[in-house]
Design a protein around this ligand. Structure first.
Ligand code: GLN
Length: 476
């Protein structure tokens, strides 16, 4: 078997036995990334220096990683897939990147996304197309489409993404890999270009659950540079990963399998529930009555925060500056008109409207109240069950262009992922099946605040019983 087809668990074991193979492993992944980029388009930039000679100590010693291009790196540009930042070289490095390096990981390059992480298909990137490695005319999901595609295509063993409303879990499901959104505050956001600060969270993509556990191990923990990062000890996720959960009580969100959900998704989720039942879990039906308001709530709160966060791109503080302007106002107007794409402009307008005097109470404040109700549904559920299980998305990956002219339809597809962000809880997407036409399907597990350890252990139980993650896309 080729190194890049190994699961992260096997790759780490291989590099532990042969630390001197680290440099060659990195070269091979780097070459594969370059060779496959024309077909897949996952990478926006590739590292060109040779990486560590031997694998250092650390949970990711010698493991090649890809980093979403809204996370600052000192060596490579950080573009957010926007014309606004097309030439931005960050003067500092995100905490997660420093921690990856400390854990021995070797960066292969920076990967594509929807501009400023706004979108669900990576079609909003201003800098390139990313294709789903399973079917090249299908989208990889978004906004972390490049991260998911890079891992699925064996161009990196693990990747970092960011998840504001589903941007790790949804592309993971579309590309048949594992994707974990940690608890809000578990991972430092220092050096993540802000989209919606109260929702954003960085997390891992990997071929197997081990890879996500190891990556979380490397990046989690308090960071004095991020005042919202939690000052709570980080458990040893790898130590307990292989211990099955005894007496697991799993809440099944049956109402998420109603109208509008594709049969293939419904089947995959029901099969996953059966797998857990066979493994001895108690399955309890759970209702989240306010989750139906999640999309509406999110699309007020996220654009509101975005409109404020993106105010800094004025052509002077940051970003693209338009030429031949006569006045200061013209510098702002032209720079922002030229630098931002359609979707980003739409979000800024929605946000400014929702925050404007006269509408603030009706929209933004109302949304904050509904957010609390959505959150309370989850907290009530976790008083009774360990974890929740449900779909990640209403359907499998769709064809490029299928939804691009209908933003509302695209927004609706975030319905099952948004809740975890509104509530601040962790959730993981696992490979859980295949459609008849050969597209991967995912299942989602959600956990209580700081429940990552349980989530990973339950995920590992499923992966052992149903090794869907071993399937590789038919790329030549
Ligand atoms: N699809 C959602 C959006 O467009 C989520 C994006 C994200 O999680 N970054 O906002």
């Amino acid at each position: 078997m080729e190194t890049f087809d190994l699961t992260t668990r096997d790759l780490v074991a291989h590099l532990r036995e042969q630390p001197s193979a680290a440099a060659e492993t990195w070269q091979r992944f780097r070459k594969r990334a370059g060779d496959r980029n024309e077909a897949v388009g996952a990478f926006l930039s590739l590292a060109d220096e040779a990486q560590p000679e031997t694998a250092a100590e650390g949970v990711l010693a010698g493991v090649p990683v890809a980093v979403k291009d809204n996370i600052c790196t000192a060596e490579l540009k950080t573009t957010c897939a926007s014309k606004m930042l097309a030439n931005f070289e960050a003067p500092y490095e995100a905490t997660v990147v420093s921690r990856l390096k400390q854990a021995g990981a070797a960066i292969v390059g920076k990967v594509n996304l929807d501009e400023f992480a706004m979108g669900s298909s990576t079609e909003n990137s201003a800098l390139g197309k990313t294709n789903n490695p399973w079917k090249l005319n299908y989208v990889p999901g978004g906004s972390s489409g490049g991260s998911a595609a890079a891992v699925a295509a064996g161009m990196a063993s693990v990747a970092l993404g960011s998840d504001t409303g589903g941007s790790i879990r949804q592309p993971a499901a579309f590309c048949g890999v594992v994707g974990l959104k940690p608890t809000y505050g578990r991972v430092s956001r220092y050096g993540l270009v802000a989209f919606a600060s109260s929702l954003d969270q960085i997390g891992p993509f990997s071929r197997d659950v081990y890879g996500s556990a190891a990556t979380l191990q490397a990046i989690a923990g308090h960071d004095p540079l991020d005042s919202t990062s939690l000052d709570k000890p980080v458990p040893d996720y790898l130590e307990t990963l292989d211990q099955p959960l005894e007496g697991l009580k799993l809440g099944f969100i049956e109402e998420w399998l109603g109208d509008g959900v594709d049969d293939s998704v419904r089947q995959a989720v029901q099969q996953a529930v059966d797998v857990y039942r066979k493994l001895g879990a108690e399955i309890v039906p759970v209702s989240l009555p306010h989750s139906q308001y999640g999309v509406a709530t999110y699309y007020i709160i996220a654009p509101s925060e975005a409109s404020s966060n993106l105010a800094r791109y004025d052509g002077i503080h940051y970003g693209h500056r338009a030429e031949n302007c006569e006045t200061l106002a013209e510098v702002y107007r032209k720079s922002r008109s030229e630098g931002f794409g359609e979707e980003v402009k739409r979000r800024i307008m929605l946000g400014c409207y929702a925050l404007s005097s006269g509408y603030y109470d009706a929209y933004y404040l109302k949304a904050l109240k509904v957010r609390r109700l959505v959150q309370q549904d989850y907290f009530k559920a976790f008083a009774d069950v360990d974890l929740l299980i449900g779909p990640v998305t209403p359907g499998p990956a769709f064809e490029r262009g299928a939804m691009i002219d209908d933003p509302l339809e695209m927004y609706m597809a975030d319905i099952f992922t948004i809740g975890a962000n509104l509530a601040g809880i962790p959730a993981i997407s696992l490979p859980a099946g295949m459609t008849d036409s050969g597209l991967p399907l995912g299942v989602q597990l959600l956990g209580p605040v700081l429940g990552e350890e349980k989530l990973l252990r339950a995920a590992r139980m499923f992966e052992l019983a149903q090794p869907w993650h071993e399937q590789l896309p038919p790329l030549q």
